[in-house]
Design a protein around this ligand. Sequence first.
Ligand SMILES: [Zn+2]
Length: 366
Amino acid sequence: MYRKAIFPGSYYQGEGLIRDFAGIDALKDKRVFLLTTRSGLGIIEENAENWQKICHVEHALFSGECTFAEIDRICDLLKDRTVDYIAALGGGKVMDAARTVAGRYNLKYLIIPTIAATDAPCVSASVIYNDQGGVADYLVTRSPSYVLVDTRIIANAPVRFLVSGMGDALATRFEAEECCRANRRNVCGGFNTKAAMAIAGLCYEILMEHGLNAKTACENGIVTPALDYVIEAATLLSGLGFESGGLSIAHGIHDCLTNLHQTHGCHHGEKVAFGVLTHLILTDKPRALVDEVYSFCESVGLPVTLADIGITDVDERELCDAVSLVLSNPASYIHNHCLHLTPEGIVNAMKMADAIGRRRKQERTG
Ligand SMILES: [Zn+2]
């Protein structure tokens, strides 16, 4: 039995740091192959001249989906090139593709998020999707050498991404605690360190203290200390906290929800947020804590009812099937707890989470 925690090589966060790649010496005169989404093209155009003074940057457009076919295509692009670093500019999927390609070629890689919608930037694992949009595989490669988070870029992105990132980060503390309680291994394959638990706890505290003001800052395109702290919580602390702390029921519920087509318009972090509410019910958390989490979700606009995530007509059979599918997978994180869970018990908890959310909405509107 051993404890294990993993980290990215270096993490940089600040306004405008993209202009000179945060002054990273190791990039000097190197060849960087930058994979980008369309949203990153403007950033490349703005900075290309500066970047060429530091290193040789060549870019290619990512298709938008992290599938094995897309990874093969990118690998083909690299076949006859000499490259020192792969870089990803964009959201979670382009990061996952770059990470996988870097793993295949045994290359170091940089992550440059343009949104703070998930805690994918700092981790070693990638999600590979199939052509139908379902999860085909989880691949663990290696942690990034550098993560560069330009807070100006995040502040300019639509606020829904930041709110979704807060939803993903909201789960980190509760899932790490549950893994610890159940003596389950974390995502990187060891038992939890005190460091990972402290990071997961701090992530939650920052959301409670600064989440709402960070949202307001992002809505107005202003980089403030609150936004800075929440970007760190959603990107660095949540990433370290989940990979070295562990996933549990909240992400398991997220996976159940992805089996329902009604939720496909929701972002990852929005479904995770509803997973957190269900997690709190199943683990019978104190009422004050449950109220605190609901109040937070309501304040920033995260889902608190099934209708909020697109499920307006609740079909119990359908919910139960979606849950059973996840429970039947022995590798699912939904098993990381010390409870006895049945599909019916989980559906009941989801219905209770929804009922509390609806009651609170009613109370607020009088
Ligand atoms: Zn997540």
